[in-house]
Design a protein around this ligand. Structure first.
Ligand SMILES: Nc1ncnc2c1ncn2[C@@H]1O[C@H](COP(=O)(O)OP(=O)(O)OP(=O)(O)O)[C@@H](O)[C@H]1O
Ligand SMILES: [Mg+2]
Length: 258
């Protein structure tokens, strides 16, 4: 098993399913026997709250790691899923984007910090914010691979070329090892030809890089975060749970662990 493989979940387009994928792929992998750390790199903290971490109870967060160099082991928290841990984010993290600008090795601070715990996890999933600023650059610099969620909607591929250009920039300067791990299509609506068109378009553009598993649009997936639960806990028989379970299997096959 490849120990400590770090995957950034990134797309600067907002609302495409990055956090939903971080939570539910992470939980799926943990339930399939892997030890997983999810890193919330978004000041919105959707992944943090979606994993049931109460904002009020957070004493240290991603901000303390990036800005003050706090040890990761002091910040990470367990979740309701065994072997699934999270580094929580709060709105404070929005300030880090600015404070980092003047800091030494500002693009590599996350990478350095994750190095402390990398060996303890089978995979570390980084949920990036919907921007291409310093937080996302830290995510891409720390990662071995990028997983790109693409929503099945009009203009699905718009912005993807900008993202791939940025990935190339990071490859050229900060992280030559970085590869695109995969593309996952989200919020597929089987009743529309639009969704099928987007799937065809993305498969045409990305070939084998696109996951076979497609995530359906289902209300259950959008409800689960408000209960602080991954879909596997909220409604394990639902279509969303089945899809993310299958995505986790496919992910593990790609990484030689299933
Ligand atoms: N497959 C799905 N079916 C239905 N709703 C979904 C699905 N995936 C995500 N959602 C909902 O769509 C919204 C956006 O999803 P999510 O927060 O995962 O996207 P994001 O890319 O992380 O957004 P942001 O760019 O703001 O961080 C959320 O309300 C989420 O609950
Ligand atoms: Mg998000």
């Amino acid at each position: 098993m490849s120990q400590g493989n770090i995957v950034a979940i990134a797309n600067q387009k907002g609302g495409v399913g990055k956090s939903t994928t971080a939570i539910n792929l992470g939980a799926g992998l943990a339930l399939q026997g892997e030890t997983i750390l999810i890193v919330d790199l978004d000041p919105q903290g959707n992944t943090t709250s979606g994993l049931g971490i109460d904002r009020e109870s957070i004493e240290m967060s991603m901000y303390d790691i990036l800005v003050d160099g706090a040890p990761v082991s002091d910040v990470l928290e367990p979740t309701s899923v065994r072997d699934l841990h999270v580094i929580p984010a709060t709105i404070e993290l929005a300030g880090a984007e600015i404070e980092l600008v003047s800091m030494l090795s500002r693009e590599q601070r996350l990478k350095k910090s994750l190095g402390e715990v990398e060996e303890e996890y089978d995979h570390i999933l980084i949920d990036c914010p919907p921007s291409l600023g310093l937080l996302t650059i830290n995510g891409l610099s720390a990662a071995d691979e990028v997983l790109i969620p693409i929503q099945c909607e009009y203009y699905a591929l718009e912005g993807v070329s900008q993202l791939t250009r940025n990935i190339e920039l990071v490859q050229n300067s900060l992280n030559p090892q970085l590869t695109i791990e995969g593309v996952v299509l989200t919020m597929f609506d089987g009743r529309t030809t639009l969704s099928s068109d987007v799937v065809a378009q993305v498969r045409d553009h990305f070939g084998e890089t696109a996951y076979k598993t497609v995530i359906p649009r289902t209300v259950r997936l959008s409800e689960a975060p408000s209960y602080g639960e991954p879909i596997e806990a909220y409604d394990p028989m639902s279509r969303g749970a089945i899809a993310y379970r299958e995505l986790a299997r496919e992910f593990r096959r790609r990484h030689g662990s299933a």
